[in-house]
Design a protein around this ligand. Sequence first.
Ligand code: NAP
Ligand code: G4F
Length: 334
Amino acid sequence: MDGAAVGEFWLFVKHECTGVAGMQRSALITGISGQDGSYLAEFLLSKGYRVHGVYRRTSMPTLSRVEHLLDDIELHQSDLTDQASLFKLIRQVRPTEVYNLGAQSFVGTSWDQVLTTGDTTGLGVARILEAIRCVDTNIRFYQASSSEMFGKVEETPQRETTLLHPRSPYGVAKVYGHYLTINYRESFGMFACSGILFNHESPRRGLEFVTRKITHAVARIKLGLQQELRLGNLEAKRDWGFAGDYVEAMWRMLQQDKPDDFVIGTGKTYRVQDFVDLAFAEVGLSPADYVVVDPNFYRPAEVDLLLADPSKAERQLGWKPRTDLAQLGFRALI
Ligand code: NAP
Ligand code: G4F
């Protein structure tokens, strides 16, 4: 046999072993139709995982972000508000890892839908942890926690030990999920990790979030399709990274010897106004001619400043962001 044939042979043997002995690692992702779910699915497939995704029944399709993966992933209908269906799903799939990315994730909406947000973003964590606990406590669990939990920040930069002071119903629900994850680790010895991720963006980001709202509008203005861009608080500061980098950190957390919690961010912060300036500069236009500050987009309570200290992740996970805001490139976001 030549070298290539030997390689093929071993690949075949490996495939047979993982298939027959059930050794192939499998992951279940809630929120697979979302920004992070789609990048995580791609990443796990590249690592040889069998990838299962949870999606909700909707009157219109919501799977455009994973359309290119539909032949490679297995989709299951369920909902974070439905305990029985989550239990049945975990029992049927028996994944080795569960990534809980599903949530009502838009901060602004959380004041209008306090209970839905609490039910999905908060209690949803309890339901999936309970399902895992009943089926198999060896299943490793990742919870998508958020820098929004730091809220009215108690120190800067924010790290794993920074006191939490959430400023929105969304932030409050995430605090519940974060502490419940820690509690299941401490109570039942489960391998449960909480990733405290700072804002991360991509071309797959929803259009209601400020980065995509800005870049989408800038493109439309440049093309003559829109005349103005109405925004809220331009002074808020965020630590923005790239979603594709951050999903690798999620996976790395579940490959550790011991479960733990990690802050994931870039360690740089920018004002919304800075983002606006950069995006308009990219197409040679002046924001002053188009941006209108509209109090309708102010929030009842604002998170003024987020800045990550991701040094624990770098030390323990060997993870570093590869893409900062400038590298991410505003053209890619448009
Ligand atoms: P996203 O694009 O809004 O995706 C949210 C996902 O949750 C979607 O797939 C959505 O499904 C699903 N979902 C909503 N309600 C559900 C329910 N009741 N049952 C099951 N699934 C439900 O959010 P993302 O940016 O990918 O964020 C992923 C996770 O990380 C979220 O938990 C978010 O709160 C958290 N997080 C995000 C950031 C960030 O900057 N992106 C930072 C920190 C933490 P549909 O498509 O059906 O709506
Ligand atoms: O893009 P945003 O809506 O993101 P926000 O509120 O920081 O939340 C995102 O990041 C969290 C992590 O910290 C995640 F947990 C959460 O799920 C989500 O992904 O708003 C960013 C900032 C805010 O200060 C907001 O007040 O931009 C300000 N802003 C100003 N004008 C605006 C607007 N935000 C939006 N969405 N729309 C505006 O017109």
